[in-house]
Design a protein around this ligand. Structure first.
Ligand SMILES: NC(=O)c1ccc[n+]([C@@H]2O[C@H](COP(=O)([O-])OP(=O)(O)OC[C@H]3O[C@@H](n4cnc5c(N)ncnc54)[C@H](O)[C@@H]3O)[C@@H](O)[C@H]2O)c1
Ligand SMILES: N[C@@H](CCO)C(=O)O
Ligand code: NA
Length: 430
């Protein structure tokens, strides 16, 4: 028996999916109990067929015709973007086909529609490749941790920005030259906005938060700050504190357990934290769960073959389900946890101020923190005279109180400049 697969898109990931399905056909057949056969490949232009060594008859520009073809059992969507991917996936589901997709943008924007359609049709939608590429992460969250209560997910889920920050940390390089280097190595796109402004990580954060907390979350719910403002001075400040700067996706249950926070922003992280040692373009996700404790998932977050590995794993899973005449219903979110605004998120700040080294400066700066109900954890002074710098780290407080403190410091007459502001994360108490 053979299961026929329609492949939508044959770019970086799609071409590797074709290669792996063909090269590993014997092993896949043994693992599934049926062979997998590429039944058709939808491309934008037919010129794509040349040089693949595949039967040119497999290629079509009629993606909708392909997904609804009667002999197709499973659909792999690796086109990306919202449309036509959404219409194609919904048509496939309606026609009773299970779907594997790597499309984080679509799932973060409209996953609810897709999961509801899959539930109604009794088919699978698997999407392991959409977050942290090759790393088995979404199915462990969905399946292996289904009996636990996740408190927090901290993730390095964008390789491009991790590469840039790692280079700034190791070589003392600036942001612009590190970005150029990332582009020349093929990590960052020609237009790196989605990576450096945190949009890519925010989409992944929404997907992680939905799975971790069983509640609907979209990309629009995610507080997002990128890394374009991270300066060499911020990195040096972090170093002086024994920290490293990372762009993290953070999904966290509020202490009173009635809501969650979902955010992406640069963070100072202690060097002893396992995520601090994730170098180059690697991804890693740290999960804190009530019974499991601390878990870490590490590996390649992008690239054709690593991403195709995750797609193939999903393809085997949906093929097995298809043969067993079953499907995994997903997306009936049951906790009703709302996403609270960033201002209510409990964080702590590292603030570096240019001040004059005069009596009373520290006291009046400390007053500003106190006026906003923010407690100071530690203070140190660097330099002296007119070039003194005060470096303060706060205890945790609502983000709104911390940002109001910084706003007031910016206009304070004893503060010449606010040189660096960054949130600090540590291990949580769970
Ligand atoms: N490249 C990675 O490392 C990586 C990692 C994780 C997830 N992903 C996701 O995988 C998906 C694919 O990424 P990619 O890197 O392979 O992109 P890509 O741009 O290399 O490939 C997409 C392909 O789809 C084709 N296409 C566009 N519109 C089409 C249409 N209407 N019909 C048929 N084909 C069409 C394009 O011509 C292109 O060849 C995206 O959702 C991406 O977010 C990629
Ligand atoms: N642009 C992404 C690719 C995978 O989503 C990254 O840099 O990690
Ligand atoms: Na993954």
């Amino acid at each position: 028996m053979a299961l026929k697969v329609a492949l939508l898109g044959c770019g970086v990931v799609g071409s590797e999916v074709v290669r792996l399905v063909n090269e590993q056909s014997g092993e896949l057949q043994a693992r599934i109990g049926a062979s997998l056969e590429i039944g058709g490949i939808a491309v934008r232009r037919l010129g794509r067929a040349r040089g693949t060594g595949l039967d040119p008859e497999l290629f079509t520009t009629d993606a909708m015709g392909l997904v609804t073809r009667e002999d197709i059992d499973l659909v792999v969507e690796v086109i990306g973007g919202i449309e036509p991917a959404r219409s194609l996936i919904l048509a496939a589901i309606k026609a009773g086909k299970s779907v594997v997709t790597a499309n984080k943008a679509l799932l973060a924007e409209d996953g609810a529609t897709i999961h509801a359609a899959a539930r109604a049709a009794g088919v699978d939608v698997y999407y392991e490749a959409s977050v942290a590429g090759a790393i088995p992460l979404l199915r462990p969250l969905r399946d292996s941790l289904a009996g636990d209560r996740v408190h927090r997910v901290l993730g390095i889920v964008n390789g491009t920005t991790n590469y840039i920050l790692d280079r700034m940390d190791r070589l003392g390089a600036g942001f612009a030259e590190s970005l150029e280097e990332a582009q020349s190595l093929g990590y960052a796109e020609a237009d790196p906005t989605a990576d450096v402004e945190g949009f890519d990580a925010a989409a992944k954060a929404a997907i992680l938060a939905r799975l971790a907390f069983h509640t609907p979350v979209t990309a629009a719910d995610v507080h997002r700050e990128g890394i374009t403002e991270v300066s060499a001075a911020d990195i040096a400040s972090a170093k002086a504190m024994g920290c490293v700067v990372k762009l993290l996706a953070i999904c966290q249950r509020a202490e009173d357990k009635t809501s969650i926070g979902v955010r992406v922003h640069p963070v100072m992280l202690p060097r002893e934290h396992p995520l601090a040692n994730v170098a180059e373009a690697y991804n890693a996700v740290f999960v804190e769960a009530e019974s499991a404790g601390r878990l870490m998932f590490y590996g390649a977050g992008a690239g054709g073959a690593p991403t195709a590995s995750a797609v193939l794993g999903d393809l085997v899973a949906v093929a097995r389900n298809r043969l067993a005449n079953t499907s995994v219903a997903e997306g009936e979110e049951d906790t009703g946890l709302a996403v609270h605004p960033m201002g209510q998120t409990i964080t702590s700040y590292h603030v570096s101020l240019d001040v004059a080294d005069r009596p009373g400066v520290l006291a009046s700066v400390a007053d500003v923190f106190a006026d906003h109900g923010v407690s100071i954890k530690n203070v140190r002074q660097e330099g002296s005279g007119e070039d003194a710098q005060l470096v303060l780290v706060s205890h945790t407080a609502p983000d709104a109180a911390l940002s109001a403190t910084v706003a007031e410091l910016r206009s304070h007459d004893m503060v010449r400049a606010v040189a660096s502001v960054m949130r600090v994360e540590t291990f949580s108490d769970h």
